[in-house]
Design a binder for this molecule. Structure first.
Ligand code: G3I
Length: 334
């Protein structure tokens, strides 16, 4: 890094800087992660199906490995995630006969899951993504039509937050979602959190996943979302930042390296985004990338399987890209 400060040092007066990690990544990049970041999120290891694959049989081996790494390196941990319609065991929603379980059965399963998982890591998680992606992303429905909604009803979200607060009173509790700057979805997220606050539900923040790309969303759109959510008086975390080199509907597969123009756009966008985040440091107190370096990203399987995306500040050899310097330079002029 020839003299450049690490990300965690550069941003220490603004917000903590995190990365999504997996036990696989830790085996090869642990010291690099500990040097650059001061917060981590388990990419998959703490999701419902991973920790409770079958009713009552919990498997914390992988999650415990991630916590051990965090403790050994004095890293903060964001818990991800307690309630999601994805990566949750099918058993959760069914009774022993295979039919949909009752409302009461699902609520007690939710209670047991949260008590066990949030209870195990009580005091070790500074922020939980209590509920992930409950807002409908495509149609004009308000809430996504999941089994959580169908079986329990709209107040499944309130229950999840109240149960988590009981299990870990000191953790900050977040609602986490993507496409969070889209004006229509933004207003649904705003309405959800506003209603929870009106019911005195312990929700402390909104997680903006920030799965963006080098062409959008516009800085103005991001600013409007930050300011709209901040008007609720909650904290904001950027929870899953990556800047793909491709528009979502761009399925090209001919590139084996980013073009000069793509890199220039990415440098520019990272500089503009971090400048905006620094401007809102009073309400944003955590910024997490959904990965570490371009050698591994979930985007290389989505939306086009096996295509490189080069979304981060560090390249495939974990060397800083020009985008890294542009972002670091922002703090040196602070
Ligand atoms: O664990 C199984 C393994 O047993 C099996 O052999 C293997 C092959 O099929 O699959 C493994 O599960 C994979 C899992 O990651 C763990 O590696 C799933 O197939 C794969 O779909 C899953 O992808 C994860 C995705 O969430 C699932 O929706 C990505 O790694 C992860 O980056 C991504 O993260 C989500 C956030 O949690 C929420 N926000 C969106 C973000 C991107 O989708």
């Amino acid at each position: 890094l020839n003299g450049a400060p690490a990300l965690r040092e550069a941003f220490q007066d603004a917000f903590n800087i995190g990365a999504a990690v997996s036990t696989g990544i830790l085996s090869s990049q642990d010291s690099f992660i500990a040097k650059q970041f001061n917060s981590i999120t388990a990419e998959n290891e703490m999701k419902p199906v991973e920790v409770q694959p079958l009713e009552g049989s919990y498997n914390f081996a992988a999650a415990d490995q991630i916590f051990a790494f965090a403790q050994a390196n004095d890293l903060a941990v964001r818990g991800h995630t307690l309630l999601w319609h994805n990566q949750t065991g099918d058993w959760m929603f069914r009774n022993s006969a295979g039919a949909p379980c009752t409302r009461q059965q699902l609520l007690s399963r939710l209670q047991h899951h949260i008590d066990t998982v949030a209870g195990r890591y009580r005091g070790q998680v500074y922020a939980w993504d209590v509920v992930n992606e409950a807002i409908e992303d495509k149609s004009d429905l308000y809430l996504r039509d999941t089994k959580w909604l169908q079986i329990i009803g709209e107040d499944f979200i309130r229950h999840a937050f109240e149960m988590t607060h009981q299990a870990d009173p000191d953790a900050l509790l977040f609602y986490n979602d993507y496409n969070e700057t889209n004006p229509v979805k933004r207003e649904k997220i705003y309405r959800l959190v506003s209603d929870l606050l009106d019911q005195n539900v312990p929700v402390h923040g909104i997680g903006m996943q920030a799965h963006w790309n080098i062409y959008g969303p516009s800085i103005e759109e991001i600013r409007q979302a930050i300011e709209r959510y901040a008007s609720l008086g909650v904290k904001l975390h950027i929870t899953e930042l990556d800047l793909s080199m491709f528009q979502f509907d761009d399925r090209r597969t001919d590139l084996t390296a980013p073009t000069e123009n793509m890199l220039k756009l990415q440098e520019q966008r990272y500089e503009e985004i971090f400048s905006l985040l620094l401007e809102h440091r009073n309400v944003i107190d955590s910024v997490t990338f959904w990965g570490v370096a371009d050698n591994y990203t979930w985007l290389d399987d989505f939306p086009v399987r096996g295509r490189k995306n080069w979304p981060f500040l560090f390249d495939e050899q974990m060397e800083p890209k020009e985008a890294f310097r542009r972002v670091i330079d922002l703090t040196e002029t602070e």
